[in-house]
Write a new protein. Structure first.
Length: 134
């Protein structure tokens, strides 16, 4: 179906030019609600079917982590994530229930974006302090 000139001009009038100012617009919404910080910690991921995978965190936030693994896990799969963190000279082990929210192929395997569905208050406190440290 051909468009008449009025339809096309109306569409063009509703668009905005892409400039550095419009890209950096304060009206844009950041999807992440929590700041992230790089962290290279060993971790173990266990699926509901008892599949056990090893990985390494790339970064963490109070409510999620980016994890590198050799194997992919399907979107929305719930897992148990066990992390062995080493920070300020001490080791901290914690376990969270996480959900896969993103998966991408990397040269070494896969990168998983995990959202923490359930974690202890002490784990959330540790992550909050780690990410927000001066």
């Amino acid at each position: 179906m051909p468009l008449d000139n009025n339809t096309v001009s109306g569409f063009i009038d509703d668009t905005a030019e892409i400039t550095p100012e419009t890209i950096a617009s304060p009206e844009q919404h950041e999807r992440r609600q929590h700041p992230r910080r790089a962290a290279r910690w060993a971790c173990v991921l266990t699926t509901q079917s008892k599949q056990v995978l090893t990985g390494r965190t790339r970064d963490v936030s109070e409510r999620g982590a980016s994890v590198s693994t050799q194997d992919d896990i399907k979107f929305n799969t719930r897992i148990i994530l066990e992390i062995s963190a080493f920070y300020n000279g001490s080791k901290k082990n914690f376990r969270v229930i996480a959900q896969v929210k993103h998966s991408s192929v990397t040269k070494d395997g896969f990168n998983l974006g995990l959202y923490f569905k359930d974690a202890s208050e002490s784990t959330l406190d540790f992550l909050r302090k780690y990410v927000n440290r001066p």
